[in-house]
Design a protein around this ligand. Structure first.
Ligand code: CNA
Ligand code: ZN
Length: 249
């Protein structure tokens, strides 16, 4: 068992050595920005029993069509954090890109915080709360439109149709172009850093299988199914890990 300081030092050296880095992350990357994840103790799965449905049921395609009112009440209350700011993990990854590293981000998050930090090559596997569109005419709307809407269920200003978030709901497939981009980034990487994900949501979690490089670092507070495959496992808050590595924007 290495001590924490030497783990951080080792990861930092790997990052400096690497030519193509992919960071693959999930909800745990944003908990230090104040956005709860789904599966930790304090996560949404524990926190929300009041709707009588699990988050998977509510944020599913069929539920959205059947009861958009409840969907939107849950969605606005639990999945939207307009004031959240990037933390040291988002900022550290963006700093590497700024410094000229080939760094791509593959994220299961829908919060847009990697882009807010300055990363430009981000594959958002599950879409983004910042993108919304009308089911009637396809008109696009930002998050403010949805939040400022007088009705719980936002309606299109052009045709009156229902507006939905461009996020991948349960029962829906991922966008083919995003998947292809993410998979080829992972397949071409020599360093894969996986962080803040329980690796239980498929198909996203299966994308790790495309990695052929020799160094896989995993930063997660709890055990995951990929720990045995990782060359380095750091069980610490990911923002803390990046702030100790100290890559400056
Ligand atoms: P998850 O299943 O909630 O797992 C999160 C993992 O991160 C857990 O294993 C935690 O132990 C770990 N973790 C929590 N905080 C930290 C931390 N500070 N440092 C290191 N590890 C930490 O989340 P996944 O992303 O794996 O699940 C996939 C779902 C959750 C995706 O579809 C996401 O869209 C969805 N989600 C996204 C957000 C967001 O956009 N910020 C928030 C909540 C859920
Ligand atoms: Zn419309």
């Amino acid at each position: 068992m290495q001590n924490y300081k030497s783990e951080i030092q080792e990861l930092k050296e790997w990052i400096e050595d690497a030519r193509r880095i992919v960071f693959f992350g999930g909800a745990g990357v944003s908990t230090e920005s104040g956005i709860p994840d789904f599966r930790s103790e304090s996560g949404l799965y524990k926190a929300r029993q009041e709707y009588g449905y699990s988050p998977e049921q509510i944020i599913s395609h069929s539920f959205f069509l059947r009861d958009p009112e409840t969907f939107y009440r849950y969605y606005k209350e639990n999945l939207i954090y307009p004031d959240a700011q990037p933390n040291a993990a988002h900022l550290g990854i963006a700093a590497l890109e700024r410094a000229g590293k080939d760094v791509r981000v593959v994220t299961q998050n829908i919060d847009g915080l990697h882009q807010a930090a300055g990363s430009s090559r981000v594959y958002e596997l599950h879409g983004s709360v910042h993108q919304n569109y009308c089911l009637g005419c396809g008109a696009r709307y930002d998050l403010a439109y949805l939040l400022d809407s007088p009705e719980t269920v936002p309606r299109c200003a052009k045709c009156g149709g229902m507006v939905r978030p461009d996020v991948v709901l349960y029962e829906e497939g991922l966008d083919g172009d995003v998947v292809n981009g993410a998979v080829s980034a992972i397949a071409g990487a020599d360093l894969l850093i996986v962080g803040g994900t329980s690796l239980v949501v498929y198909p996203a979690a299966g994308f790790l299988d495309y990695f052929r490089g020799k160094r896989l670092a995993l930063i997660n507070l709890t055990e995951t199914g990929a720990d045995s495959r990782a060359t380095l496992v750091i069980r610490r808050p990911i923002g803390e890990v990046f702030s100790e590595m100290n890559f400056k924007l």
